[in-house]
Design a binder for this molecule. Sequence first.
Ligand code: SF4
Length: 213
Amino acid sequence: MPFPDTEPPRDCPRCPRLAGLREDLRRSHPDWWNSPVPAWGDPRAWLAIVGLAPGLRGANRTGRPFTGDYSGMLFYETLLKLGLAEGRYEARADDDLRLIGCVVVNTVRCLPPQNRPLPVEVTACRPYYVATLAALPEVRVLVALGRIAHDNAIRAAGGQLSQHPFAHGAEHRLDDGRTLLDSYHCSRQNTNTGRLTRAMFESVFRRALELRP
Ligand code: SF4
């Protein structure tokens, strides 16, 4: 389920570049979501998975994180395999997939061009990330997908990046008592080049399960 009290308004104006792209896409693809994509998952989550941002034909089209594009296939296959989801992933927001004990929170809620948000956009969206995590007091473990998500998670927890460098499989103790695990993002670019294998991705979530309270 989404977390409406912590979500930005549909026409959030804080990032003019992203708001402009959103408006363009509402005209060219009126049947797409084309709005900030809310966090999604189990309100009693112990695990928060920190994504980067909606993909053009994924979450930006369907309105649910990692739903409808290439990244979602490995992502949801992994969660289903490890018991962090149940049901059937059918690449659309109205399938019967349900997350179990976990939630997906994007670093940036709106689609960025070329999947690359600017630092100022990450900063602008951080209050929504912080509010979402604050509404999930049972979260003890975070998995950051990629360096931008990692940096955001560290900053949001009041940590210093110099003390917490990103590395696939790295584990960081945050000042708020939570543990952050790093993974390369499950993007097509990373999986096609072999930078991230299925086994590498799974191993991060297996470690998260070992840390489950
Ligand atoms: S990325 Fe976040 S802060 Fe920026 S316009 Fe979208 S919802 Fe607002």
